[in-house]
Structures are given as structure tokens and as C-alpha cells.
Design a protein around this ligand. Structure first.
Ligand SMILES: Cc1cc2nc3c(=O)[nH]c(=O)nc-3n(C[C@H](O)[C@H](O)[C@H](O)COP(=O)(O)OP(=O)(O)OC[C@H]3O[C@@H](n4cnc5c(N)ncnc54)[C@H](O)[C@@H]3O)c2cc1C
Length: 407
């Protein structure tokens, strides 16, 4: 803890104060991250899902960081969760993707939208790691515009039946339960959210998507559903309010992805410092060449700018959590989480690229630690809202609703 993570935590501690329990969460995250690093690297080289992620997060009681203690989570507020995701980002975006989907898009969404019975049924198991969660919104024909989804549900004898396919779903082939979105057959304008059991008849993992150019340690799948039965009790939120559920989940998730990208940049900075001091060319350490220092200055600047933006978004979310009915607070939180994710994901890709440049030919190699970040972090500009969708969202929150470009 002391060497790797302490400076940032101290700065945040000075600003907002962190309780003993919050400090303990961060110490546990630090221990889990240290243990995960070796596996993440090994599984990345083998191009396969890192199943050690849920195992090690569970071992340190970190599968439910933001979940209330009454549901057996750690009850972390958003700034603590952001710090935790930042530390996991130092390990890699594979770990961040798993944790973000399971906790922000999965459990936190059930905590926010579920009724008491649903919270009791899913949250303790998710927080203790006995179930893994996924979030299935995207379809082959509906990505940036989820309102065009083709999956449908019908209601019969007090049950729902879901049919359709979901594409690019993280944790898709390893999840026990997932939040799935579908449109009503009776009323096609109504999109609803359900908590689906992946053992149900009619649910199928069609394909694990293994040909990604990075993020090998994260499970991504194409799924199909053929009349999958879901009980009335597993409707999440009100019928017809599915897109509100989805958008609020993504608002949370983007802070986590932004924080993970900050961790990636932090690790890149550490790696280039070591490499540039030790690599000698033209008779001196490359760290003494001014053009290398320019890259390092840019990396450090992008890191700090993104880091404090992510904290700002997390603190904004904390305010909003206290007054969830306040529309202005919601808009500002939505805007800040989009700005944080958009800025940090672009910065981390640029930073990983610069880090590869500093490593030279040694960096153009799958074994290089910064190359792993380069390959893994690219997706952060695509998932949970592409760059373009973030730009449109940010601009419309400034210009006003009538300037929303895609309505
Ligand atoms: C590795 C990975 C993991 C993922 N995990 C999940 C998951 O767990 N759950 C889930 O539901 N989804 C997941 N996704 C899907 C992801 O959220 C979508 O890929 C993303 O939302 C973009 O949708 P699309 O790929 O269909 O691209 P499209 O929507 O087809 O977009 C293609 C291009 O057009 C641009 N574009 C689209 N509309 C507009 C517009 N109005 N104005 C300007 N430009 C526009 C986009 O920005 C993009 O550049 C994952 C994706 C990846 C790659």
C-alpha cells in the first residue's frame, strides 16, 4: 500500500476525509491488485479470460465494494469506489471491465432499482462472489441507439418470456445472472429490464468473442434467448422504464471506467520512468533526452488532469446519491461522468501510445507491460458510450435538451 498507492489516497484523505473502514477497503484493494497482477499478465499472454479475478476479489471481500453493508457489501461511497477502480486499473483494463460490469452495471443497478426482495435475493450473493453479474443491453443491430433493440418480451400467466440476441456482453459466458433489456410485444414502445438466470431454458452462449485485438482477459460473448422464462418478481424497475435503468447504470459505470483508465496511466508513468532512466542511447540515459522528457511531461499531465476529473465526477455522484430526486443534480452528474470517461479513456490511449514510443522496439512486443495497456485501453473509447456519443451528450447538457443531436 505504502509504495504504490499511498500518495493519491493521502491527497484524497486530506480533501474529503476517509474513515478507517474506507482506508481498510483501499488496503484490501491494494493487496488484491498486487496478487492479481501476475495472473492478469499470464492470462493476457495466453489470450484467455482471467478467472482469478472473481476468486481474488472475493478473497479480499471486494466483489461488492459499493453495495450497502446490510446487503453484505463494503458500503463504499463513490470516491472510495473510484480510488479502488483506479488501483485495479494499474493491474489492467481486463480487471477493471470485470469489476465495473459486476459492481457498477450489475449490483449497483439492482441496489438502485430493485425492490427489497430482489436486493435480498441477489446483492449478498453478488457481494460475496457466489454469483457473477453481467449487463446485456447491446445487440447486433442496436449499439449506440439501444432504443432500436429487437429483443422482445411477452407476458403470459404471470410470467415473462424473452426472445432475442445480445452482442458484446462482458462477463457474458461466465455470469450467473444478468440484467437484460427487451421491448414489449404488446407495446413495442415499452423497453423493460429483467434479471435473468443464465441457467434458464432457452438461454444460450452462442459464441465467446475471442478475436478482440486486446482485453483478452475479459470475457465477451454473443448470447441468444429463445422464450427465456422470467418470473414477474424479476422485472427490474417499473415495466417500460428499462432505458432509464440502463442509462443510470451507465452513468455509474462510466466513473468506474474513467477511474480504471487513470490507473492505466499511473502504471504507464511508472514503467516509462524506470525504462527511460535505465535505457542508454547516444551515451546517456534516454531520460536525459529532451524529446523523451516531453512524452513523460505529457503522460504526467494527462494522468493528473484525468485523475482529478474522475474524482470530481465521483464527488458529484456522492451529492446526487443524497438527493436522487433532484433533476439538476442528475444532469450535472451525468455530464461529469461522461466528461470523466471521455477524457480519461482518450488520455489513457494516448499515454499508452507514448509509453510504447519510449520503450521503442522493445515496446512493440506483446510481452511489454505498456503494450498490454495500449491494446486493452482502446476499448474504453467504445464501450459504455463511444467517444462520439459522449461528445453529443456533453454538448447537449450545455446547450439544452432541444439540442440533443440523436433524438
Ligand atoms: C469489449 C467490449 C465489451 C462490451 N461490453 C458490453 C456489455 O457488457 N454490455 C453491453 O450491453 N454492451 C457492451 N459492449 C457494447 C458497447 O457498449 C457498444 O459497442 C457501443 O455502445 C457502441 O455500439 P456499436 O458497437 O453497435 O457501434 P455503433 O452504434 O454502430 O456505432 C458505430 C460508430 O458510429 C458512431 N455513432 C453512432 N451513432 C452516432 C450518432 N448519433 N452521432 C455520431 N456518431 C454516431 C459511434 O460513435 C461509432 O463511432 C461492449 C463492447 C466491447 C467492444
Amino acid at each position: 500500500m505504502e509504495q504504490i498507492f499511498s500518495q493519491t489516497v493521502k491527497e484524497v484523505q486530506n480533501l474529503v476525509g476517509l474513515s478507517r473502514e474506507e482506508m481498510k477497503i483501499l488496503e484490501d484493494v491494494d493487496s488484491a491488485a498486487s496478487e492479481l497482477l501476475e495472473y492478469e499478465y499470464q492470462y493476457y499472454l495466453e489470450h484467455r479470460y482471467n478467472e482469478k479475478i472473481p476468486e481474488i476479489l472475493s478473497k479480499y471481500d471486494l466483489m461488492g465494494i459499493p453495495i450497502l453493508t446490510k446487503y453484505q457489501g463494503r458500503g463504499a461511497r463513490p470516491i472510495v469506489h473510484a480510488l479502488a477502480m483506479e488501483r485495479l486499473g494499474q493491474v489492467g483494463m481486463g480487471v477493471v471491465t470485470f469489476a465495473d460490469v459486476h459492481q457498477f452495471l450489475g449490483s449497483l443497478t439492482i441496489q438502485q432499482w430493485g425492490n427489497e426482495e430482489q436486493k435480498q435475493r441477489y446483492l449478498p450473493k453478488a457481494a460475496k462472489g457466489s454469483i457473477i453479474l453481467a449487463f446485456a443491453l447491446t445487440e447486433p443491430e442496436a449499439g449506440s441507439d439501444p432504443s432500436s433493440m429487437l429483443s422482445t418480451y411477452s407476458a403470459k400467466d404471470g410470467r415473462y418470456y424473452i426472445t432475442g440476441s445480445k452482442y458484446l456482453i462482458s462477463n457474458g459466458s461466465v455470469a450467473d445472472n444478468m440484467i437484460v433489456f427487451a421491448r414489449g410485444i404488446e407495446n413495442s414502445k415499452e423497453i423493460s429490464a429483467f434479471i435473468l438466470d443464465t441457467k434458464s431454458t432457452g438461454f444460450k452462449v452462442e459464441m465467446k468473442l475471442l478475436d478482440k485485438p486486446g482485453l483478452f482477459t475479459s470475457d465477451t460473448a454473443l448470447l441468444s434467448m429463445e422464450e427465456v422464462e422470467v418470473s414477474k418478481e424479476d422485472l427490474l424497475g417499473k415495466e417500460g422504464k428499462g432505458l432509464s435503468v440502463a442509462y443510470s447504470a451507465l452513468l455509474n459505470g462510466r466513473i468506474g471506467i474513467g477511474a480504471g483508465c487513470v490507473g492505466v496511466m499511473d502504471d504507464c508513468l511508472k514503467q516509462v520512468k524506470e525504462r527511460s532512466i535505465n535505457r542508454v542511447q547516444h551515451g546517456k540515459a534516454i531520460a536525459k533526452h529532451q524529446l523523451i522528457q516531453k512524452h513523460i511531461a505529457k503522460i504526467a499531465s494527462e494522468l493528473e488532469a484525468s485523475r482529478w476529473l474522475v474524482y470530481r465526477a465521483a464527488l458529484q455522484k456522492e451529492k446526487y446519491d443524497k438527493s436522487p430526486e433532484d433533476i439538476d443534480l442528475r444532469l450535472e452528474t451525468d455530464r461529469m461522468s461522461a466528461i470523466a470517461k471521455y477524457t480519461a479513456s482518450n488520455a489513457s490511449f494516448d499515454v499508452a501510445d507514448r509509453a510504447m514510443q519510449i520503450f521503442g522496439g522493445f515496446g512493440y512486443n506483446l510481452f511489454s507491460p505498456v503494450t498490454r495497456h495500449f491494446l486493452d485501453t482502446r476499448v474504453a473509447r467504445i464501450y459504455e458510450g463511444t467517444d462520439e456519443i459522449m461528445e453529443l451528450k456533453i454538448a447537449s447538457t450545455i446547450l439544452g435538451k432541444e439540442y440533443e443531436a440523436y433524438r
